[in-house]
Design a protein around this ligand. Structure first.
Ligand SMILES: [Zn+2]
Length: 247
């Protein structure tokens, strides 16, 4: 059984322990596997329980690549093993207050990045992992704080977010994550043509592609979809939608 679990963990939650099974974090004597045990240990013991270097992860994907669902599943993987992940998101989107919600309907309580920054190291050390959704909206100083969590507190930080906006330009958070993350991975999604889609496309109700404007419009009327680069350039939303024309 242990073998199987170990394989599953490797497949679904690589971030913790550099692909090693969570059991790699056991104390040398093999005892003290429970949450309660290491929680009562002093902060100085954190190196012992973590066993390997923590990393900063950036998992980027276009619209519709199930980033939030993946973030919630990663948190669940920790929970299933008696470990605790701290879910965090930037305050920019006030529609789902205090909740990380995926389109599939999965949801879990979360805190804002601002609240994370206000936490003491000691409070953050109660968690085994920090999972950030919508990380593209984070500011540079917040990504710097993630580096502090990874390097000094030795807790992995997994960020999910968009790489570029609807103009194909980097978000501030994505830029610093691309610059500093130890591991950069792409969550795939496909264009209507079947090719991989990396271009976030903003379009109006009448099928016109929007290429200019504010980077962030929360609660706007426009919709978003992911297209391959060719169809993004062409402004081709596919047969099921009216084709948009650039400018
Ligand atoms: Zn396409």
């Amino acid at each position: 059984m242990r073998e199987q679990k170990s394989v599953k963990w490797k497949a679904e939650a690589m971030p913790c322990g550099n692909g090693r099974a969570p059991y790699g974090r056991l104390r040398p004597d093999g005892a003290g596997t429970g949450d309660a045990v290491w929680r009562t240990e002093a902060r100085g013991a954190k190196k012992q329980r973590r066993g390997s270097m923590a990393k900063l992860y950036f998992r980027h994907g276009a619209m519709g690549s199930s980033k939030t669902a993946n973030a919630l599943m990663a948190a669940y993987n920790y929970y299933e093993r008696g470990k605790q992940a701290l879910l965090v998101k930037p305050k920019i989107d006030t529609r789902d207050v205090g909740v990380m919600r995926s389109r599939m309907g999965l949801e879990e309580k979360c805190i804002y990045v601002e609240e994370l920054l206000a936490m003491s190291d000691e409070e953050i050390c109660r968690y085994d992992c920090v999972i950030v959704d919508e990380a593209q909206f984070c500011r540079k100083q917040e990504i710097e704080f993630f580096l502090h969590i990874v390097d000094e507190l030795e807790i992995p930080v997994i960020c999910y977010g968009l790489r570029t906006d609807f103009r194909m330009e980097l978000f501030e958070g994505s830029m610093w994550l691309l610059a500093w993350a130890d591991v950069i991975e792409e969550l795939k999604t496909v264009c209507w043509c079947g090719q991989g889609a990396s271009c976030n496309t903003r379009f109006t109700a009448d099928g016109r592609i929007v290429r200019d404007g504010e980077q962030i419009v929360v609660g706007g009327n426009d919709s978003y979809t992911a297209l391959c680069r060719k169809h993004y350039k062409e402004g081709n939303l596919g047969p099921r939608r009216r084709t948009g024309h650039c400018g």
